[in-house]
Ligand binder design. Structure first.
Ligand code: IVH
Length: 696
């Protein structure tokens, strides 16, 4: 904190944080137009809390930390909650859960001594818990009189909320009359109203078509919908509800002949029998390990559910234990939420560096104050390109929201200009390449900024790293470090120079003995036997992946034919689009590339297809003519081997998933291809499925 916000600036930071939090809270609660992700709001709130704890003399009565929420808007009638709607304490790691369990045990021990003085009533060992999913919606309170729904209210600030009964009545999973023969005079049910993800997507799609602001997430959309003044709109939104608590006067149980409810588990079952939807993914846990297992299981499984969850809730099962422990100011002592890690967090941009890739593309990268995101510490995030940078209007020292979703590289979502330090400098893309100092080029129709100096060390390094990589010429022993050394010390300036390296030359390098040097020279020599398709891929022509390279090599049995071909002829190959064809055509027009090919030919690399025996392959109708894409790490086959298997069985393999793809073969850690296939409804196969299909 000290470098960017030294002590003198603490006061200014406090003021700004308060302003931002107050405005956001007003937008959320009063205007119904949330503008900030919850995790971001919470983190900024915690920052304010921490600063105030450190400098208590700077606390003001109007600080957002001095109250628990905003007063509701005046448009709905305000209602008093006779029993407050409490919130939950949060746990983030298993030790928090263990500490909570110990606190409960201790609390019960001292209470029972106080109350009865009888030690035989002390709880022994682990206290049974009901685990429920923490549904990411809005808490609501439902009042039933004589079994009829008379009022539905928002949580508000916990003690007073808003009467939203007409809206509540549109929720079909909420019974208007309870399924009870002798209902008590008065009964209150609490639970979570939420929007299914699919409905949320539909609403946002509609809103974007109408030019309305989009909801940030299903939780905000649910909160906004519940407080819609026109309940006809609410009815169209298909809100849903899971019940989780019931409040009935103790006396009524006897009077109304209700079944005995002495545990949370029984309460959930009872709720279900009287007509409520109760989340089925609940579990009674009898040890810390079982809590951990539930948490771990749902950490990934929850992503498949049709509604959003942000954690699990643990509640002591025994209601008498709950009663003994009671509540703190804001939360029950007998329950805790164990949250899943947030995927969006705010942090400070400490610097921006610019990376130059293999094709010369300049990528701005934000160097961040390290922040914990979805379970990992993130200290760098991509800023994509100059257009994205301009959109972000990023200044050094800015507070930025960083997102890491799934496997995707962390990115900066937006910055908060309100928290910008005075005099902060706007970051602009450099006009010259940071690696070779030559002017950069900005194609009009592209967002990319590119270095076009073919001798730029970054481009040379990238080209060589690609050439030696596994799917290309697969030269063992030449890693990124060695490439950097070789290029920096001017031993090589192009891929062709790799074939002029000698063992003696390598031995002049740091920490390189004769044995290792000889091994590398042998690996280089071996690469000369790699087939033409691999060589073509190794050349690193834009958009030419390993599958495309194979398809092209199959159609152009030697380099001369390809070099002399037209973009149209290249594009006529299956799977090759116009953009790739044009890139190939242009690549061969460059003199430097022609010289490169010539030198590689002289060095003995393969630029001609080997004659394949025409094997008689029985036609397998499951494979022949079908299009496959392979992604992720397969359990036994290498990706190349899987591709070769498919091709030899008569199938086609392409690099990217489209409507034309018949099957996606999926291994571990699959990323965007899997998502795309799922969204297009493309059938997914495991390695085992593939082998069965081939054998069928
Ligand atoms: S129990 C005193 N159970 O989480 C009981 N809350 O962060 C307090 N929530 O305000 C609530 N799913 O809106 C409970 N299965 C669940 C829940 C749940 C979601 C929400 C609820 C509460 C918030 C606290």
């Amino acid at each position: 904190m000290t470098e960017i916000f030294p002590n003198l600036e603490i006061q200014a930071r406090l003021l700004e944080l308060r302003k931002v939090l107050q405005r956001t809270s007003y937008e959320y609660y009063v205007l119904d137009a949330p503008t900030m992700e919850d995790s971001v709001y919470d983190a900024l709130y915690r920052e304010l809390q921490a600063l105030e704890a450190q400098y208590p003399q700077l606390i003001t009565p109007d600080s957002p930390t001095q109250r628990v929420g905003e007063k509701p808007t005046t448009q709905f009638v305000s209602v008093q909650h006779h029993i407050p709607l409490f919130s939950l304490e949060n746990a983030f790691v298993s030790s928090d859960v263990k500490a909570w369990q110990e606190r409960c045990q201790k609390g019960l021990t001292s209470n029972s001594e106080e109350v009865s003085g009888v030690s035989s009533r002390l709880p022994k060992g682990f206290l049974d818990n009901v685990c429920e999913l923490k549904i990411d919606g809005s808490a609501i309170a439902l009042t039933y009189e004589h079994g009829v729904l008379v009022r539905g209210a928002t949580r508000g600030d916990g003690t007073s909320g808003e009467d939203i009964t007409p809206n509540i009545k549109t929720i079909r999973s909420i019974p208007l009359r309870l399924n009870l023969e002798n209902p008590p005079d008065h009964l209150e049910i609490r639970g979570e109203a939420f929007l299914p993800i699919a409905v949320f997507d539909e609403i946002n799609q509609e809103r974007s078509q109408q030019g309305d602001a989009l909801f940030a997430n299903p939780r905000n959309a649910a909160a906004g919908t519940l407080r819609q003044l026109d309940s006809r709109i609410v009815a169209k939104r298909r809100l849903d509800f899971f019940a989780y608590t019931i409040h009935i006067n103790q006396a009524d149980f006897v009077l109304q002949n209700l079944p005995d409810i002495s545990s949370q588990w029984q309460a959930l079952e009872f709720l279900q029998t009287i007509g409520f939807r109760v989340n089925p993914n609940k579990r009674l846990c009898k040890s810390l390990q079982e809590l951990q297992d539930y948490y771990d299981f749902w950490s990934t499984e929850r992503l498949k559910l049709p509604y959003m969850t942000d954690g699990m809730v643990m509640k002591l099962n025994d209601l008498s234990q709950q009663e003994q422990l009671g509540f703190t100011q804001k939360t029950p002592r007998w329950a805790i939420a164990w949250k899943y890690p947030a995927e969006e967090m705010p942090t400070i941009i400490e610097a921006v560096t610019v990376q130059v890739g293999r094709t010369g593309t300049l990528t701005p990268v934000a160097e961040l104050r390290p922040v914990l995101l979805a379970g990992t510490t993130v200290s760098r995030a991509t800023l994509h390109n100059r257009d994205r940078l301009a959109e972000l209007d990023l200044h050094l020292g800015d507070t930025a929201i960083v997102r890491k979703a799934g496997e995707i590289i962390p990115e900066v979502v937006r910055v908060l200009p309100e928290l910008r330090p005075n005099g902060a400098i706007r970051f602009v893309m450099p006009t010259h390449c940071p690696e070779c100092s030559q002017p950069v080029f900005k194609p009009e129709d592209e967002a990319a900024t590119r270095c076009i100096n073919l001798e730029c060390p970054a481009i040379v390094r990238g080209a060589i790293e690609h050439w030696v990589s596994r799917d290309a010429l697969d030269i063992n022993g030449i890693g990124d470090k060695l490439v950097r050394q070789l290029v920096t010390e001017n031993h090589i300036t192009s891929v062709a120079d790799v074939y002029d390296l000698t063992s003696d030359q390598l031995q002049t390098l740091d920490r390189m003995g004769q044995k290792s040097a000889d091994k590398i020279i042998a690996a280089i020599a071996q690469s000369k036997n790699k087939p033409w398709a691999r060589v073509l891929y190794g050349l690193g022509i834009r958009h030419v992946g390993s599958v495309n390279a194979q398809n092209i090599a199959d159609n152009f049995p030697n380099v001369e034919l390809l070099a002399r071909s037209t973009p149209e002829a290249i594009a006529s190959i299956f799977g090759i689009g116009e953009e790739i064809a044009q890139a190939i055509y242009e690549w061969f027009r460059k003199e430097a590339n022609q010289n490169l090919i010539q030198r590689l030919q002289v060095s003995g690399l393969q630029f001609v297809s080997e004659k394949k025996d025409n094997q008689a392959i029985a036609i397998n109708p499951n494979i022949t003519g079908k299009t496959f894409v392979v992604t992720g790490t397969l359990p036994t086959l290498k990706r190349d081997e899987a591709k070769a298997l498919i091709q030899s069985a008569g199938g086609k393999v392409t690099d990217s998933v489209s409507k034309k793809t018949n099957y996606l073969v999926v291994g571990a850690d699959a990323g965007s291809k899997l998502e795309k296939a799922q969204s297009l409804g493309v059938q997914c196969l495991s390695e085992e499925d593939l082998l069965n299909l081939i054998d069928s």
